[in-house]
Design a protein around this ligand. Structure first.
Ligand code: MN
Length: 368
């Protein structure tokens, strides 16, 4: 019994004003990522496909987004004739007015598709002895979400929900009793996250956030979950490449060097910058000084899909050299934990995060 789990498709997402045959290139990208995911599902053959919210990028989706979802569902039907598709609305595709069913509700009438847009819904699939509770965003932020329970008679109990189950902040999400469910498929976070062995965020299919650079190296894709084995598998979907370059440090004493450095870092991108989303970072250059490289950037802008230039403060002396205190503190912390029996990836991650947090406090403290 295999589930496929994807979320945050953001169909209709647009960015960067670049068009291809009249359509925004990024809008085409997110539709394509959905199709690539469906193609991969052909090999996985899940019995149930879970789509955990933010299917559309906005409450009133573009016509292109509606077509992308309709085509996707048709492709799914063709690839997996017997699979059920369960969807919930996220914060992005929930209509503003509570009485409005929302665009996603139109797809609820498709054969083999259940789309919950406002209220929680229970779906029972007797052939599979499968019980699912669907919690869309509007329901997740109400008391309704706390009341859902699994069906003790069913072989499989699955929760499909949109929201934040990790922060514990008031009003930001809801509590999931992980032990009660065989699998919990979540949407909302754009980066993949295993909350527990059976509780997962699949992350978005494409880098649709306002700062794609932050996800430049993270693989995007979707998950499958084998209910019998209790094992989750990640299936990457290659999106449009995003390149975040190491910062160039502007030296006012050697102004001419800037053009050279810009050329170097952009020319050194493996495979070139053609069609990519690129961020060039320059430290210590004022906005008024940007003129000296505008013409040069213009040529690169024509190649890239988008070239973002971010001007940052010059590095402070305390941060310029290698931070020996930080390195010592980190290696001490790791050494102290490596021998302990409860050592695992999380312990290492926490040790590194602690050390980083302490190091940044130290820097801030010394600068005053
Ligand atoms: Mn989203």
């Amino acid at each position: 019994m295999i589930l496929a789990h994807l979320s945050d498709l953001h169909l209709g997402f647009r960015a960067f004003e670049r068009r291809d045959r009249g359509r925004n290139v990024r809008e085409v990208d997110v539709a394509r990522a959905f199709q690539v995911a469906i193609k991969k599902m052909r090999d996985i053959q899940p019995q149930v496909v879970l789509v955990a919210g933010d299917i559309f990028d906005r409450p009133e989706p573009t016509q292109g987004a509606m077509v992308a979802l309709a085509r996707g569902l048709a492709s799914l039907r063709e690839a997996l004739p017997d699979a059920k598709v369960l969807m919930v609305a996220g914060s992005r595709d929930t209509p503003h007015r509570p009485g409005d069913p929302g665009a996603l509700a139109a797809f609820d009438s498709f054969p083999g598709v259940e789309a919950a847009t406002a209220r929680s819904r229970v779906v029972h699939l007797p052939d599979l002895d499968f019980h699912a509770v669907l919690i869309p965003h509007r329901s997740a932020i109400s008391d309704e979400a706390e009341a859902v329970t699994p069906d003790p008679e069913a072989r499989w109990n699955v929760l499909l929900a949109y929201g934040d189950v990790t922060s514990g902040e008031e009003g930001s999400g809801f509590t999931v009793k992980a032990d009660e469910w065989d699998y919990v498929a979540l949407g909302h976070r754009h980066s993949r996250l295993a909350v527990r062995g059976n509780v997962h965020y699949s992350g978005s299919l494409e880098r649709v956030g306002p700062a794609p650079w932050e996800e430049a190296v993270a693989e995007k894709g979707f998950l499958s979950f084998d209910l019998v084995a209790g094992v989750s598998t990640f299936h990457p979907v290659a999106g449009r490449p995003v390149v975040s370059l190491e910062p160039i440090i502007f030296d006012p004493a050697r102004k001419a060097r800037l053009r050279e450095r810009v050329r170097e870092v952009l020319d050194e991108v493996p495979g070139g910058i053609g069609g990519k989303i690129v961020r060039l970072r320059i430290q210590g250059l004022g906005p008024g000084d940007l003129d000296q490289i505008q013409k040069l950037l213009h040529d690169y802008r024509r190649q890239a899909l988008h070239l973002e230039v971010s001007l940052e403060d010059a590095p402070r002396a305390a941060e310029a050299g290698p931070d020996e205190d930080f390195a010592d503190s980190l290696s001490d912390r790791l050494a102290a934990r490596l021998g302990t029996p409860d050592m695992n990836e999380d312990v290492i991650r926490r040790a590194v995060e602690d050390a980083v947090a302490r190091a940044s406090h130290t820097v801030r403290g010394s600068v005053g």
